[in-house]
Write a protein that binds this ligand. Sequence first.
Ligand code: FAD
Ligand code: SF4
Ligand code: SF4
Length: 460
Amino acid sequence: MADLTKRTEMALLDADIRKTSFDEVALGYTESEAIAEAKRCLNCKNHPCVGGCPVGINIPEFIAYVANGDFASAYEVLSESTSLPAVCGRVCPQESQCEKYCVRGIKGDAVAIGRLERFVADWNRKNNKNKVSKPLPNGHKVAVVGSGPSGLACASHLAKMGYDVTVYEALHIPGGVLSYGIPEFRLPKSIVKYEIDALCALGVKIETNVIIGKTVLIDELFSDFGYEAVFIGSGAGLPKFMKIPGESLKGVFSANEFLTRINLMGANRLSSDTPIFRPKKCVVVGGGNVAMDAARCAKRLGADVKIVYRRTKAELPARLEEVEHAEQEGIEFLLLTNPVMINGDENGFVRSIVCRKMKLGEPDASGRARPYEIENSDFSIDADAVIMALGTSPNPLIASTTYGLETEKFGGICTDEVGKTSKDNVFAGGDAVTGAATVILAMGAGKKAAAEIDRVLNSK
Ligand code: FAD
Ligand code: SF4
Ligand code: SF4
């Protein structure tokens, strides 16, 4: 008899193969694996898992359909709440969201909700089951700034209510971080494109290469283009640096630049027009998903890679799964370690990075133990590239060109809990409001704002 306390394993691409390949690492469930995992769900009456999902997917209902082998109905349940199930099933930090509240998790493994969501979305895509019926137009026009998860979720929910929605995107490819940040081996770009194409089939228009705040101002979207409401989902794409000596040497990159060259411009392919530095010895500074992605990309370009992080493994903000995959691929973690200086040669190229050992003290404002430097503990690591993955903040362009749009000190746009900003009929959500967070929180904010836009425009 199957051990129902354990979740069904998912096959992975072999670690030796994936060190040199950008192919997807997690291979997904087969039909029989998905059914076996779905049968672990207890269909709890008060379904606590749903409360852990920012877009409120009816988890027990879609899982019950999977358990019965009715994958098409499972997909319909997902579609009621999310426009990006194949994406969320892959990159959501499920362990700290829906799965964290799963009753099965009390005495064993939580039901693998994310893997099941991914399975259903993939099954639907492979079987080409998308049935799109364009809703009747309701005569209202809304503009969305940014085509990341928050903008796409807002656009999708508005389009389903009959709004005429146009998404303006600064880059030449839509998707935000899903396209330019998260690498192919975690989130294949064909899947992002498929889910965005499904939105376009609903009637959402996407205009790329338009920088709102430069090409067109927010006020002009109302006065010249006739929009009645604007949602700002412009993300938090401005990288942070450490301000240590040597950061302007050749070979120091922000993780965002490094990842964008690979993910958006295909610089990992030798045939690409976009150049990329192929390091031999690369140090990545940081411990979040961005650091793991940058390190794993550098590994695939042929580098020996070390991750330097100033706290311990327990505090790494990255998803556990990503840390494990990085370790399997041979990436070394230097924990309780903090860079203090980068050294270069006479031509200005990075040659080494000097780090200091740290110890943990009392918790700081973030609730995590505060790291302290250990005196006389400096040591040097040979490196020809240093990638800074220290977090990002919202770009000030839109706030600085929009009269009356209030922002927080860190640059996030001020909103109430339903996404209303200080400016009439301007809404915002996702990383542009919170600073760097997660895909599903951004989607939840986009969905909430769509409901509020509908309420405001209808009450007029
Ligand atoms: P974004 O995804 O940043 O999208 C904003 C879009 O707005 C961009 O396309 C940008 O070009 C566009 N834009 C900006 N300014 C303008 C302008 N002025 N005019 C027009 N367009 C504009 N989260 C997870 O949940 N799981 C993960 O595994 C994960 N991994 C990550 C890995 C990396 C490398 C990064 C960088 C982030 C990761 N995140 C992850 C975080 C997650 O991707 C973000 O929280 C999420 O994408 C935020 O969505 P958003 O819509 O607010 O912004
Ligand atoms: Fe869980 Fe994310 Fe799916 Fe919601 S969208 S059910 S949080 S995996
Ligand atoms: Fe199923 Fe877990 Fe949700 Fe209960 S809490 S309905 S077991 S997924």
